[in-house]
Design a protein around this ligand. Structure first.
Ligand code: ARG
Length: 588
């Protein structure tokens, strides 16, 4: 469906042309003065110069042409030359009725289906998930859903950090703790056990212990480096331990991501890219793209238009080791081979910007991806505590994601404990859904690139622009619906009517913006734009609900119009929440 702005612009184009003015001046926008009008056209101001006429004369001409139009309830020309527009009741009603029939509520994808890889999550195997990974998971999940809704084929990949020094550290720590294990017997020739020699809780404790030890004990660090190198060279014992680490860690990560309602199509990682590295680097050298510098192999990425100096991308260290960039480049080799995507979107902390500039430029230069490949890095800001510093636990450590979620569920549970009419079990489950909404909405309602303050009290509040407030709105609508049905009404037979009062019209005006807002959220990879929209709709619903007797309305046709409007409001809100990765409970 065309957006309302497009339809109105079409109307204005006709009028401008009929008055003898060029159509290019007919552009309509949503009003920035909603107290004066709903939409506006400022084209007469620019046209005035071209036609050497006073702008208000042009605005007057056009407004007079539009006088009889069904589309508008009111067309006003105001000095010095604005055209103020208010939508006609029938037009609005028909537009909403069409939206209600459409499974995408009026959004239609103009472009052709693209294959898009979204690289997000980015957890590091064997290390606990912390709040730093939360943003990647939450924003990435939403981006993935938005891309899918837009009609693209989307592949979400968690891209685990599973090939670094942490593996060597764990192997050596395990050797110190359990030297009797067969993995450490040099003469062992048999098969390695299928069962992992540790549980997830042990693993969670082993890594931090090993990491701390390595900082104090250079000999231990040296061993960890050696073990990492052995693993990377295919040593069977190290590989066997690595497989155990991966199995135990992945199972735990899956559980954590499940708790966040975040799902991936691919569970690949840096390790999957390793086989591609030797040929990739050799080709870069043969093609003259990469060269030697102080024993390392590097690719220059500086471009003429750069305003600052960018260091080259190191693809191999002087000791022969691969780096983070090498893994990302080799991952691109694999992704091109397996999926030949049309676009890539990466989510990571914005401090990784240089890394991604290096990787994208090198990949294009080396022909790993096409010259004009569509590659986006979405760098997100830091989640800070109320003190403005990166969020920490009370004891100053890095907050584990699991505890953060537990805290938020508890806060929601306690807030809703007054006048609770549901069973304990339902209350706990509801608190989980609402808590997660509080967390995700608190994050997504900010522009991703900005730092934001994690404030449990504010995020879990049932008032203001928060997840709980939005969910509460949806639940309220659901309950009106249920009551209507319980009293014998048939919501599915209701159809939208023309607005009866100002607050009903306001709700309608907010809803019709959906396709335009979605397009903009999609184009800019900006979930926060959906949040702004949701809040506007929820707020407009609040006004409507306050001003209108819905179920008590005695005029049956009017009542049916209300119910149909509420149905669409609920559907649009639930659709947007789903695009944010947020579920809604039945009751709250
Ligand atoms: N594992 C990385 C980290 O914890 C994030 C990975 C981001 N994705 C990528 N393809 N480099 O910082």
């Amino acid at each position: 469906m065309k957006t309302v702005v497009e339809l109105l612009t079409d109307e204005l184009k006709k009028a401008f042309a009929e008055c003898g003015y060029d159509e290019q001046y007919a552009k309509v926008t949503v009003s920035n003065r909603p107290d004066l009008c709903e939409y506006q056209c400022n084209g007469a101001m620019a046209a005035a110069k071209a036609y050497k006429k006073a702008p208000f004369m042009i605005a007057d001409d056009v407004a007079a042409k539009l006088a009889g139009s069904e589309v508008f309830e009111k067309v006003e020309s105001v000095k010095p030359g604005f055209i103020n527009l208010s939508l006609g009741g029938e037009f609005l009603k028909n537009y909403l009725a069409d939206m209600a029939k459409d499974d995408k509520y009026g959004y239609s994808n103009a472009g052709k289906e693209k294959t898009v890889i979204v690289d997000y999550g980015g957890a590091n195997a064997a290390k606990p998930l912390h709040v730093g990974h939360l943003r990647s998971a939450v924003i990435g999940e939403s981006i993935k859903r938005i891309q899918r809704f837009a009609g693209n084929k989307v592949i979400g990949d968690v891209h685990l950090g599973d090939w670094g020094l942490q593996m060597g550290l764990i192997i050596e720590e395990l050797r110190d703790r359990k030297p009797e294990l067969v993995y450490f017997d040099e003469n062992y020739k048999g098969e390695y056990p299928k069962e992992a020699p540790f549980t997830i809780s042990e693993l969670e404790e082993i890594y931090p212990a090993a990491s701390a030890k390595s900082k104090e004990d250079p000999a231990f660090m040296e061993r960890a480096h050696l073990a990492t190198a052995k693993l990377q060279n295919g040593d069977p014992a190290c590989t066997a331990i690595w497989n155990h680490i991966m199995a135990v860690s992945k199972a735990d990560l899956k559980k954590n991501y499940d708790n966040l309602d975040v799902t991936f199509d691919l569970w690949k990682g840096e390790s999957d890219a390793q086989p591609y590295i030797p040929d990739m680097i050799q080709k870069m050298i043969d093609d003259g793209i990469a060269h030697e510098s102080q024993g390392a192999i590097v690719v220059d990425i500086q471009e003429e238009t750069d305003t600052k100096e960018l260091p080259p991308c190191i693809v191999r260290k002087s000791d022969g080791a691969a780096l983070y960039a090498t893994s990302d480049l080799a991952t691109l080799v694999e992704r091109e081979k397996l999926y030949s995507p049309d676009a890539y979107i990466y989510l990571a902390d914005k401090r990784q910007e240089l890394h991604f500039t290096q990787v994208f430029r090198t990949a294009k230069k080396a022909g790993i991806v096409p010259q004009d490949a569509d590659m986006t890095f979405l760098g997100f800001g830091t989640m800070n505590g109320k003190d403005g510093k990166p969020f920490k636990t009370r004891s100053g450590g890095v907050m584990r994601l699991q505890y953060l979620i537990e805290d938020i569920d508890k806060a929601v549970y306690e807030k809703s404990s007054e006048n609770r009419s549901m069973s304990e079990e339902e209350a706990k489950n509801t608190a989980k859904i609402v808590g997660l909404a509080a967390l995700k909405y608190g994050d997504l309602s900010n522009q991703a690139s900005k730092d934001y303050v994690f404030d449990i009290d504010r995020f879990t509040s049932f008032e203001g622009n928060t997840g709980p407030y939005i969910l509460y709105t949806v639940v309220r609508i659901k309950s009106i619906f249920n009551k209507y049905a319980e009293n014998g009404g048939r919501p599915e037979e209701c159809s939208i009517d023309t607005a009866k009062n100002a607050s009903e019209k306001k709700l309608m005006l907010s809803l019709v913006k959906f396709n335009e807002v979605f397009e903009s959220a999609y184009k800019d990879n900006a979930p926060h734009k959906l949040c702004q929209f949701i809040y506007e709709v929820a707020d407009a619903f609040g006004g409507f609900y306050h001003d209108t007797m819905i179920l008590a309305e005695t005029d049956e046709k009017k009542k049916q119009g209300y119910i149909a409007l509420l149905g669409l409001t609920r559907n649009v809100l639930e659709c947007c929440l789903d695009l944010l990765g947020i579920r809604t409970p039945e009751r709250m």
